[in-house]
Design a binder for this molecule. Structure first.
Ligand code: UD1
Ligand code: CA
Length: 461
């Protein structure tokens, strides 16, 4: 079996956060999730996450994730170090398993690299293989010490390295593949006699080597993948790299992204081809955007579905579904649970909440549509308000097909406007409007001739 052990018990001090480090998000998703998903994609059958510092929040999060959780004690004087962390999960490992060790704070690792490490490990018949890369500035990382013939000898931590060893640019990524038996046996032999008094997993390499068991190093050229996130600055760097990957995926899929550096798309978003995304767009969670759409300006689409051929300009859309060929915005707000049909126009400063609007209808300017079911071919005039709240309870209203709601009207819910019902501009509608009727609900205008002069207001300053 292929086992994954994902280390996530470290303190993460440099994040200066109340939250567990590995729950900090990269493109909307906790960094540990990327590591777990890539591990499964690479062929790991079972993942064990070792938690410790700030574990409550992490355990809560992992409740819905398919992993085994192991707790590392973190009290004063508790043993510490990557080898001690791995030992917390070791009873899940059988002798003939292959074990991949990953760090939850290395979120850019890809399943391809993990898979390649597995394959390299197997083809070289190694007992342990470590994933390495060469860095211009290797400061802080464990260094890969090789024998004169180039074979891997051991790993030395930055803090324990001699001046000569510090010059080595090949570094330990913190990602390894071990034979199960070799891992179990070597981990028992690791002590904490080093500058940090920690149990270093890296010592397993030297130990196996000294026992004559083959260890090897698998070097990758893309050092981005092993970037560890220990600070907010590294979190921002990792987010930028992840965003670039996501945007490249969409570009390769036939989506035009005018300025990928200024377009934020989360990893689960689906976008159809020939859609054009202009700078400033934010597309989040499980949103699905159809083909031939234009997403313009500071538009934010959260967990929503947009049909084909829609133009959406400078608009916020949350948890809603929109049909095809709609024009939305600029400056509209669709709050959760809206279902908009096709060929619908939602214009400037229109807010819609928990409502359906069927095909070919329009609300072009300055309206609030809350808790309403609006039929087909309905015109909602400028400034119409669906008055859905009496201060205590909310009520729904219905406007049926082909109805016309004149500008600046209020529909006081619950109320029904039947098919072809017409509401005169400026009406406050509290009773139902029957099919084909015109309803006028406003005070009749009175004109008083010469009133201004009689009051002596004319020519007064
Ligand atoms: C480790 C490696 C170093 C490597 C670097 C790559 C060791 C001794 N050193 O150093 O060679 O270059 O990663 O990023 O392994 N953790 C626990 N429990 C612990 C200690 C750590 O779960 O008791 C976890 C951390 O949460 C983290 C991972 O192990 O996910 C690595 O620990 P960290 O302290 O960051 O190790 P480094 O000093 O970076
Ligand atoms: Ca680290």
């Amino acid at each position: 079996m292929n086992i994954g052990i994902i280390l996530a018990a470290g303190e993460g001090k440099r994040m200066k956060s109340r939250h567990a480090k590995v729950l900090h998000k990269i493109c909307g998703k906790p960094m540990i999730s990327y590591v777990i998903e890539e591990a499964y994609k690479s062929g790991v059958d079972k993942n064990i996450v070792v938690v410790g510092h700030k574990k409550e929040e992490l355990i809560e999060y992992l409740r819905d994730v398919d992993v085994i959780v192991r707790e590392q004690p973190t009290g004063e004087g508790s043993p510490y170090g990557t080898a001690f962390a791995v030992s917390q999960a070791i009873d899940e490992v059988e002798d003939d398993d292959d074990v991949i060790i990953l760090c939850a704070d290395t979120p850019l690792i890809t399943s391809d690299s993990i898979k390649n490490l597995f394959e390299y490990h197997k083809s070289t018949k190694s007992y342990a293989s470590v994933l390495t890369t060469v860095l211009e500035d290797p400061t802080g990382y464990g260094r890969i010490v090789r024998k004169s013939n180039g074979d891997l000898l051991r790993i030395v931590e930055d803090k324990d390295a001699t001046d000569d060893e510090k010059k080595i640019k090949e570094i330990n990524s913190g990602i390894y593949c071990f034979n199960g038996k070799a891992l179990k046996e070597s981990i028992e032999k690791i002590d904490n006699k080093n500058k940090q008094n920690e149990y270093y997993l890296t010592d397993a390499i030297g130990i196996l080597n000294s026992e004559g068991l083959k260890v090897s190093a698998y070097e990758i050229s893309n050092c981005e993948e092993i970037l560890g996130v220990n600070s907010r600055e590294q979190l921002a760097i990792a987010s930028k790299i992840m965003q670039k990957r996501i945007n490249k995926y969409h570009l390769d899929n036939g989506v035009t992204i005018v300025d990928p550096d200024n377009t934020y798309i989360e990893p689960n978003v689906v976008i159809g081809y020939d859609t054009i995304i202009y700078p400033g767009a934010i597309i989040e969670s499980n949103s699905i955007i159809g083909q031939n759409c234009k997403i313009i300006g500071n538009t934010r689409i959260v967990n929503s579905e947009i049909g084909n051929g829609c133009d959406i300009d400078s608009t916020l859309i949350e948890s809603s579904v929109i049909g095809s060929n709609c024009h939305i915005g600029p400056f509209a707000h669709l709050r959760p649970n809206c279902k908009i049909g096709s060929n619908v126009k939602i214009g400037n400063f229109v807010e819609i909440k928990n409502s359906t609007i069927d095909d070919n209808s329009k609300a072009a300017h300055l309206s609030y549509v809350g808790d309403a079911d609006v039929g087909k071919n309905v015109n909602i005039g400028c400034g119409v308000v669906f008055v859905n709240y009496d201060g205590k309870n909310k009520f729904r209203s219905t406007v049926k097909d082909n109805a016309f709601i004149g500008s600046n009207s209020n529909l006081v819910a619950p109320v029904v406007v039947e098919e072809y019902g017409y509401v005169a501009a400026g009406s406050t509608i509290t009773d139902n409007v029957d099919e084909g009727d015109l309803s006028i609900a406003r005070a009749r205008q009175i004109n008083i001739p010469g009133w201004v002069e009689k009051r002596g207001f004319k020519n007064h300053k």
